[in-house]
Design a protein around this ligand. Structure first.
Ligand code: PMP
Length: 460
């Protein structure tokens, strides 16, 4: 890989940042003793910071977004061409890339039919919540308005998205929340909450039905779940879970909303994660990998049956979905998304994700054999988690500061990994890996050997 040259002296940038930028998810006191690490350039899986240091990025831009890697000239070109031709018009009308991307996307999602554009994962999820509420009001006389969400899942940053959020530390301080959201238990088999471990997946799904029966099925319109929980600890749905969840939802006429903001667009090795679990959703939301961070775009995708509920020939002016996000009219998003999808297809990145994902899991299993602190490893495609425990028998979560020290050690070695950071009370003990879908065997080996060294350094 050619060296990419960050400017040698970025002290002016760092000074400007320290004076005026409010960073995300950071206690700013930190910057009294260390400088913010500003990323200046990227190519492939590598990024260079303002000090010129090279890093192997194991988390695709920190939050599992840059699926096709950095420095993609053809995406930049597609966006440029589109912007000089037609940059923006409100999505009440339409755009050429908006139409073409919707068609291409739906061709990868048999059974789905309509694409509603917005800008972020949170927004895409809120669109579903609004659709469900409108369906409730127009078709169920105001009943079926509640929405179920699951412990440990995350659906976004707004107050309503946090109302559907199962990560306690993310919502601390921000209440009161939007009413009508009801929690169901998580399905992390490693931390089985039930008396018997037998048929855990079905038992975890039945726990959802217990909540439905307690609340009253006619009060519940939808369930919102991450297909595979990402930041909440990398929770792969246990065997039998999704089949049973679907069967329960069908029985109680509850719509299924899958949040694929992380799992969508190749991350798990299929276009969408749910396609590995045989689920037939009513809504699918996606954001991060849709344009790999080259432009802001998110999508709420529905079936034609859902779409039909918003059509009304009676002339009632309130019958349609009365929603708009201004910047969904920016044509850069779908232009980038179209080229992003072409790259994934033409470069065989789904196949690469499956084979490199298998290598990643194999390497992580090796770490589990070697380090007693590794309690569990789990994942699908190129999204993996390593849960650290101080005791394998009691499964007591490892000390959070030490888990952070592992990530810090990797960073010092020029490898960026993530963790369930300040999300789950008492359970911020899982390291997360989600490299770009172009990762090679060498990249995977470097990521895992860096964790290997860090575990030795921190825990022995
Ligand atoms: N859903 C999931 C599963 C996510 O991981 C995230 C972001 N990490 C969101 C929704 C929210 O997306 P955004 O930050 O783009 O609003």
């Amino acid at each position: 890989m050619d060296a990419v040259l960050a400017k040698n002296d970025n002290s002016d940038v760092i000074a400007a940042d320290k004076a005026h930028v409010w960073h995300h998810l950071i206690q700013h006191k930190t910057f009294e003793t260390v400088d913010p690490r500003i990323i200046v350039e990227g190519k492939g899986l590598r990024v260079w910071d303002a000090a010129g240091k090279e890093h192997l990025d194991g988390v695709s831009g920190g939050v599992w977004t840059v699926n096709v890697g950095y420095g993609r000239e053809t995406i930049a070109q597609a966006v440029r061409d589109q912007l000089v031709k037609m940059n923006f018009f409100a999505n009440t009308l339409g755009s050429v890339p908006g139409a073409l991307f919707a068609e291409r996307l739906i061709s990868k999602m048999p059974g789905m039919s309509r694409v509603f554009y917005s800008n972020s994962g949170s927004e895409a999820n809120e669109k579903v919540f609004k659709m469900v509420r409108q369906i409730s009001q127009r078709h169920h006389g105001g009943k079926k308005s509640k929405i179920l969400y699951r412990d440990r899942d995350y659906h976004g940053t707004t107050i309503t998205a946090l109302s559907a959020g199962g990560q306690g530390e993310r919502s601390a301080h921000y209440g009161p929340f939007t009413p009508g959201f009801v929690a169901v238990p998580h399905c992390l088999e490693y931390r089985n909450q039930y008396d018997s471990a037998e048929a855990y997946g079905e038992r975890a799904a039945d726990a959802i039905e217990e909540v439905i029966l307690r609340e009253g099925p006619d009060t519940i319109g939808a369930i919102c779940l991450e297909t595979m929980t990402a930041g909440g600890g990398v929770i792969v749905p246990p065997e039998g879970y999704w089949e049973r969840v679907q069967e329960i939802c069908k029985r109680h006429q509850i719509l299924i909303h899958l949040d694929e903001v992380v799992c969508g667009v190749g991350r798990l090795g299929t276009w969408f994660g749910y396609q590995q679990f045989g689920i037939k959703p009513d809504f699918v939301t996606m954001a991060k990998g849709v344009a790999s961070g080259y432009a802001a775009i998110s999508c709420t995708v529905t079936t034609e049956e859902v779409f039909d509920l918003f059509k009304d020939a009676s002339g009632d002016p309130l019958s349609y979905f009365r929603d708009i996000s201004t910047y969904a009219g920016c044509a850069a998003g779908p232009a980038a998304a179209l080229e992003n999808m072409r790259i994934i297809e033409d470069e065989g990145l789904l196949e690469n994700t499956l084979s490199m994902g298998a290598r990643l899991m194999e390497n992580l299993e090796g770490l589990k054999e070697k380090h007693a602190v590794v309690g569990d490893v789990r994942g699908r495609g190129l999204f993996a988690g390593v849960e650290l425990v101080s005791d394998r028998v009691t499964k007591e979560p490892a000390n959070e500061a030490k888990v952070q020290a592992v990530a810090g050690h990797c960073m010092a070695q020029g490898v960026i990994i993530g963790m369930t950071n300040r999300a789950l009370p008492g359970f911020n003990n899982t390291l997360c890996l989600a490299p770009a879908l172009i990762a090679t065997a060498d990249d995977i080996d470097r990521l895992t050997s860096s964790i290997d060294e860090a575990l030795t350094a921190v825990f022995s």
